[in-house]
Design a protein around this ligand. Structure first.
Ligand SMILES: [Zn+2]
Length: 275
């Protein structure tokens, strides 16, 4: 066999191995597995985000109901026998309700005009004052109720969504496990074939005579150092040109190669030429 042929065989095997390894990416088993994994990771990430948001919501809710100034203010104002609200309602609620029902009326200068029995206990100014105070109470209660209801609605929404995520995650995990089985089967066969090609490549390397192997390695090293994309060392002469860099090859050089017996380099890309 012509001496250069072992280099050509070696290079072909090398290219075959690189191409074969790269082909794994486009295999259905690998693509499906990667997609199933991405889907699963995405869902888990989304669920985690929602859990973190819900945690924050709980902290905020606790702040509102446990130890905040709002709560103290609320308790002082509304909770228990001694609260501001209860005390005022006890003292004046009856009159204020009577006023609201229209049983107490007062004139522009503040005199109670319709019923003298109330006049003994309350003035029109006081009624006006309580009108404001009770309206303020009502507003405060309304706001608090609104906030608490808002939290409850948010919790319920989050809980429902978390349940949905659990369902989605469990079916996504099932799909991932199935894809994993197919992926493992595929990779087992794939790695087996890759190992075979590697074995053939090693055998091809062994067959190369030492002197030309050194020359091959020198060119390979140059290509690596120059960080060239095309790592091929051997280049066929086609139509009097180096087929890789397209530089012309003189007839003398071409002749010097003989029947692919002698190492001759391309003037331009320094690859080993063959015919
Ligand atoms: Zn060249």
């Amino acid at each position: 066999m012509p001496r250069l042929n072992c280099l050509i065989e070696y290079q072909d095997k090398e290219i075959e191995l690189v191409r074969y390894k790269a082909s794994a990416k486009s295999a259905d088993a690998v693509k499906n597995f990667n997609k199933a994994k991405d889907d699963y990771d995405k869902l888990v990430g989304e669920k985690q985000n929602l859990e973190e948001k819900t945690e924050k919501l709980i902290v905020e809710f606790n702040k509102l109901t446990d130890d905040s100034d709002i709560e103290k203010d609320f308790e002082y104002t509304f909770v228990g026998e001694d609260s501001e609200y209860e005390t005022l309602m006890r003292l004046y609620g009856e009159y204020f309700d009577a006023f609201k029902r229209g049983e107490i009326k007062y004139s522009e200068d503040g005199e109670i005009v319709n019923d003298e029995k109330y006049e003994e206990y309350i003035t029109a100014d006081e009624i006006k004052e309580y009108e404001v105070v009770f309206a303020d109470f009502q507003e405060k209660l309304k706001q608090r109720k609104k906030r608490i209801n808002g939290f409850i609605a948010d919790f319920e929404k989050a809980e429902k969504k978390l349940d949905e995520y659990d369902k989605k995650i469990s079916s996504s995990k099932k799909a991932l496990d199935e894809a994993q089985v197919k992926y493992d089967d595929f990779m087992k066969a794939f790695d087996k074939r890759a190992a075979e090609i590697k074995k053939e490549l090693d055998a091809a390397a062994k067959a190369i005579p030492t002197d030309i192997k050194n020359q091959f390695n020198i060119v390979r090293k140059l290509k690596k150092e120059a960080k060239e994309k095309d790592m091929r060392v051997m280049s066929k002469i086609v139509d009097g040109k180096c087929s890789i860099c397209k530089a012309p090859v003189s007839k003398e050089k071409s002749k010097a190669i003989g029947n692919n017996e002698n190492v001759v380099f391309c003037d331009n890309c320094e690859r080993i030429l063959y015919r």
